[in-house]
Design a binder for this molecule. Structure first.
Ligand code: FEO
Length: 403
């Protein structure tokens, strides 16, 4: 990825990771980018860096604009290695004694990643760094996405360098939101549902605090994906809505299957939900990646989870998904469990225990079927789905899917 000019003296010098398909358990179907920003004034600042293996590309991108040794200040908005992994190379080239600005927690966390005794400058919310006619103001944003996270705001230009906040795992020819259009929102939503969901309440408060500062934000530059310049308020409003986790009139039927019996149940349950005018999809965990399932589940009111019983326990993909979902703590859900079994049938109760642990209210007792469900049993599954559909309608309103 070549560097991109964002405004006078402001460049994205980051890199594209075109071929990454698994980002610590998240399916990055179209790759991602690690954005880093060069701000030129009487002094020159580099905001963030990139993954370790892309250090040379970052340095090449910088060198096309300015000799990296002329950088005066390095700013680390976030310690996670996709943004700091190349710091050792960068600091070595820029100068080991150059000031490295980060939050107080950033100092602690960077020191736990790198043994070098860099010239750390700890900053807090409201602290400013003059670089000439321009000013960089720091805003601590703990848990977007780690305790060390902060935003850096370029005051005179209204540019917010937002680190993981407002990011998307998207690598494409487009560099700005207006070049991609609304389809970028799918990627932004998936990113929120899988990376930031756990911190929703906290993020909502932080965004409202930033809004109360009445900053003139004209451009938002996240560290992943495209830059929001056409309508930065749109992604901010989307975040506020997503943080509230108000579900739609929708259900998801998540399952795996050994000999298609749990699958037959899943499809009959899904048909029952649809018959009640509620949107629903059957999601087989061996066809759908856990992060895609989480995105589908994110705005659903009901989640039905099905598993065969394998060795007195859950099927491994179902256990994997429930573990992943539990960590992200989705709110405002109702749920149900189902599954086929051979002789012991523990899986349904194990799913119910997991759902209760996640504070998901059970709509009805779990549905267990021994071996292959016959026609009459599929009718029971269909009614099980209808109950889910009715519960979703009761919880979210009466508009029909066809309306
Ligand atoms: Fe893109 Fe939390 O790192």
């Amino acid at each position: 990825m070549e560097s991109t000019q964002i405004g006078p003296g402001i460049y994205n010098v980051g890199v594209a990771d075109w071929n990454i398909r698994d980002f610590h358990g998240y399916s990055t179907d179209v790759g991602t980018t690690y954005n880093a920003f060069l701000v030129m004034d009487e002094k020159i600042a580099l905001v963030d860096s990139v993954k370790k293996e892309y250090a040379d590309q970052l340095l090449d991108n910088i060198a096309r604009i300015v000799d990296p040794r002329k950088i005066d200040y390095v700013i680390s908005n976030h310690t996670e290695m996709d943004h700091s992994g190349s710091l050792a190379r960068i600091m070595h080239r820029v100068g080991e004694d150059k000031p490295l600005y980060c939050s107080k927690m950033g100092v602690k966390n960077l020191a736990r990643h790198f043994p070098q005794k860099w010239n750390y400058q700890a900053v807090g919310s409201g602290d400013e760094l003059k670089i000439g006619k321009r000013t960089l103001r720091f805003l601590e944003t703990r848990m977007i996405h780690w305790p060390d996270s902060m935003f850096t705001y370029l005051v005179e230009d209204g540019v917010l360098f937002s680190s993981d906040g407002f990011g998307q795992h998207y690598a494409g020819p487009e560099k700005f939101d207006d070049q991609v259009g609304d389809r970028i929102m799918v990627h932004a939503k998936k990113y929120f549902a899988n990376i930031l969901l756990l911190y929703s309440s906290h993020i909502e408060k932080l965004i409202r605090q930033v809004a109360d500062m009445n900053l003139d934000i004209r451009i938002i530059c996240p560290d992943h994906g495209v830059i929001w310049r056409r309508e930065p308020a749109k992604i901010v409003q989307a975040y506020l809505q997503w943080c509230r986790q108000e579900p739609e009139k929708k259900a998801v039927v998540i399952y795996d299957t050994m000999w298609h019996s749990t699958e037959k149940m899943a499809e009959a349950i899904n048909a029952g939900i649809l018959a009640e005018g509620v949107a629903s999809k059957p999601l087989n965990l061996r066809a759908w990646h856990r992060s895609e399932v989480m995105t589908e589940l994110f705005d659903a009111r009901a989640v039905a989870v099905g598993s065969p019983t394998l060795n007195n326990g859950l099927f491994p993909t179902v256990a994997d998904f429930l573990c992943y979902m539990r960590g992200l703590k989705p709110r405002n859900k109702i749920g149900a469990a189902f599954g086929s079994y051979g002789w012991s049938g523990e899986a349904v109760k194990l799913i119910e225990d997991e759902l209760k642990e996640m504070k998901i209210d059970l709509i009805q007792p779990g549905l267990k079927v021994q071996f292959v469900p016959e026609k009459s049993v599929l009718t029971v599954c269909n009614e099980f789905g209808r109950n889910i559909g009715r519960a979703v309608t009761a919880a979210t309103g009466t508009d029909s899917l066809a309306a």
